[in-house]
Design a protein around this ligand. Structure first.
Ligand code: GAR
Length: 208
């Protein structure tokens, strides 16, 4: 049984997609053992509660320094003994120690086709705003392992989505979630749970 901890900051629609896929059996042999938020008002915490999933909130605002916060976040995550950490809209910089400890066992969903519209400053609606202002016709989402850089780790899955003439950043965000994020994030977790992802030379190999 794969033990998954999901880190969230906001609405938690990706968390919901994971919960639904675990409950329906689309994700095999997996349990969400905890949800950790940096924001006590995150609706994601409500979603976890409704499904009887343990939760914790660790906010940088409650700690004097980043170092103390980082230690507390790592301690909180470790307490769930996860096999896999999933960043599902978690908007806090991950402590370097945590990245090292969970190398190739921590994944992130990013709302663009990496390497487009990613890196520092590209998160949430800002990604879709940048895509619209550049006038790209195809956008999408990426699931990747987390390494020391921002959105630079080995890519696991990507899915493309077409931009429509009258898209706003909000309508584009929703379509990217519906058509890409809520599909490829559960799919990647299932591949991981079934031991089908290998990392070789900084790239993933998926066994079919
Ligand atoms: C999602 O679109 C996710 O891809 C994005 O935040 C949103 C969270 O929504 N993540 C990033 O931008 C990370 N760089 P959710 O809370 O409804 O899942």
């Amino acid at each position: 049984m794969l033990r998954v901890v999901v880190l969230v900051s906001g609405g938690g629609t990706n968390l919901q997609a994971i919960i639904d896929s675990v409950e329906s059996g689309k994700i095999h042999d997996t349990k969400i053992v905890g949800v950790v938020s940096n924001n006590k008002n995150a609706y994601a915490l409500e979603r976890a509660k409704k499904h009887g999933i343990d939760q914790a909130c660790v906010s940088p605002k409650d700690f004097e320094t980043r170092e103390v916060f980082n230690k507390e976040l790592l301690k909180t995550v470790r307490a769930f003994s996860p096999d896999l950490i999933v960043l599902a809209g978690f908007l806090v910089v991950i402590p370097p120690e945590m990245i090292r400890e969970y190398k190739n066992r921590m994944i992130n969903i990013h709302p663009s086709l990496i390497p487009a519209f990613c890196g520092k400053g590209y998160y949430g609606l800002k990604v879709h705003e940048a895509a619209l202002s550049r006038g790209v016709k195809i956008v999408g989402a990426t699931v990747h392992f987390v390494d020391e850089g921002t959105d630079t780790g080995p890519i696991i899955l990507q899915k493309a989505v077409e931009v429509e003439e009258d898209d706003t950043k909000e309508s584009l965000q929703l379509r990217v979630m519906q058509q890409a994020e809520w599909k490829i994030l559960p799919e990647a977790i299932d591949l991981f749970a079934r031991g089908l992802i290998k990392v070789e030379d900084g790239k993933t190999v998926i066994q079919k």
